[in-house]
Design a protein around this ligand. Structure first.
Ligand SMILES: Nc1ncnc2c1ncn2[C@@H]1O[C@H](COP(=O)(O)OP(=O)(O)O)[C@@H](O)[C@H]1O
Ligand SMILES: [Mg+2]
Length: 408
């Protein structure tokens, strides 16, 4: 049987990243092809111009296909933006016939936890179980087969706007790809980067992209908190553009060319081998460069720390912060973030990746890699928000078939 391939499409504020690949039985992600290219029409993670975005996605899809005959069985895409909110909930049901817990009992308990009040424009994107309780026995990961009279579940629910969901699907429709599901950006990045040990211990994934910073906290393998802040690397570039008096595109290229906090501190002594840049930069006072970057980076770190404190989850993360997303390319970021936030911080890229130096080395691929991983999870049909019109059983079959295809 031919190897089934999943495609992850990460629609970012500044770049679209695509990864096609599969996960083998030893939990390694095999990359078949990957691309990254400019994204237009996205502001702070939300779609502002569907046409421009659809055009950029089609361009990347063509680029990816030029690498070979790629026919993904499933296509998952990310959803980002500040319309995403999260809440913890719980549900409790009587176990049918007080017998062993069945899939139907679990489904009813999850449904009970999902009865939260929503605006008409909102939809539940993810309803992720944290832990189950059967009668007095708590902290259960999977209650199937256990005996008792009452089943309760603690869940983490992520809510987003209905129209954001539809526009993501429309943005991909021009490619002829059938989008099967959506995963929120932070949850997908966490899937791409974090191993089971870190999650069990308690860790916070922080994806600092261009327009947004996504935060997801794991404790005991379940998500206990997630949020999206409307700040990211673009704010750093903006400050540089204003502070140095150069266009945004020049500031962006300067930031990425030096890409190291200590080099940015001494930008006036650096030779930047780009003719176009030097035209602008000769006029600018580059001695301020590092200070400008550090000031905004400090603000981003303070916002992250205060978000975790306000949510009361700061004591759940002994493994510290795993920093990823494009801004994590900045050399010196993790040390700087540790100083400001007081947490242990490290920069992280997609884990256990084979056959792609880009995907394994560049933190901006964390989300797209995580989308591919998500498609191969046995419980994918529980976590991924389905958006195509195949019925529940069809989707479960498809998810199971994918996994079986790998194991068999
Ligand atoms: N080498 C680098 N040094 C510093 N910042 C970088 C580097 N590479 C990318 N970035 C920044 O990362 C951000 C893009 O990251 P990405 O995760 O692709 O964001 P998004 O998903 O929001 O498009 C941009 O703000 C960009 O300036
Ligand atoms: Mg991103």
């Amino acid at each position: 049987m031919a190897q089934e391939i999943a495609l992850g499409v990460d629609i970012g504020t500044s770049r679209i990243k695509m990864v096609a690949g599969y996960v083998d039985s030893s939990d390694t992600l095999h990359v078949v092809a990957s691309t990254s290219g400019p994204s237009e029409g996205v502001k702070k993670g939300s779609i502002a111009n569907l046409d421009s975005l659809a055009h950029c996605i089609a361009e990347q899809w063509d680029k990816l296909r030029s690498a070979g005959d790629i026919r993904p069985s499933v296509c998952l895409t990310s959803i980002d933006g500040t319309s995403i909110a999260s809440v913890n909930s719980s549900g409790s049901v009587a176990i049918e016939r007080s017998g062993p817990v069945t899939e139907s009992d679990v489904r009813r308990a999850l449904d009970a936890s999902g009865t939260i009040s929503l605006k008409s424009s909102e939809a539940i994107l993810h309803l992720i179980p944290k832990s189950f309780t059967v009668d007095d026995c708590s902290g259960i990961e999977s209650p199937l087969g256990m005996t008792g009279s009452r089943l309760s579940v603690e869940t983490h629910i992520i809510v987003g706007s209905q129209s954001a969901v539809s526009s993501r699907v429309s943005a991909l429709s021009g490619t002829g790809l059938r989008t099967v599901g959506l995963v929120t950006h932070g949850v997908a990045s966490a899937e791409g980067v974090l191993g089971a040990d870190e999650r069990d211990l308690g860790v916070c994934l922080v994806d600092v992209g261009a327009g947004t910073t996504n935060i997801v906290v794991y404790k005991g393998s379940g998500i206990v908190y997630s949020s999206t802040l409307a700040i990211g690397g673009s704010n750093i570039t903006n400050d540089l553009a204003l502070g140095l008096g150069v266009p945004f595109s020049v500031a962006e290229r300067l930031k990425v060319a030096l890409s190291d906090l200590s080099r940015l501190d001494n930008a006036q002594d650096e030779r930047i081998p780009d003719v176009d840049l030097s035209k602008f930069l000769n006029e600018a006072d580059l001695s301020q460069t590092g200070g400008i970057v550090r000031a905004r980076l400090a603000e981003i770190c303070e916002l992250i720390a205060s978000d975790l404190r306000t949510a009361g989850v700061h004591r759940y993360i002994p493994a510290g912060l795993a920093l990823t997303g494009g801004t994590a390319n900045l050399v010196g970021f993790s040390e700087f973030a540790s100083e400001i936030t007081g947490y242990r911080c490290h920069c992280a890229t997609a884990r256990r990746v084979l056959r792609s130096i880009d995907v394994s080395a560049k933190p901006e691929y964390a989300c797209a890699a995580g989308l591919v991983r998500m498609a191969f999870r046995e419980d994918a049909s529980e976590i991924v928000r389905r958006v195509d019109n195949i019925d529940e059983r069809g989707w479960r079959r498809r998810a199971r078939r994918l996994v079986r295809g790998l194991l068999g």
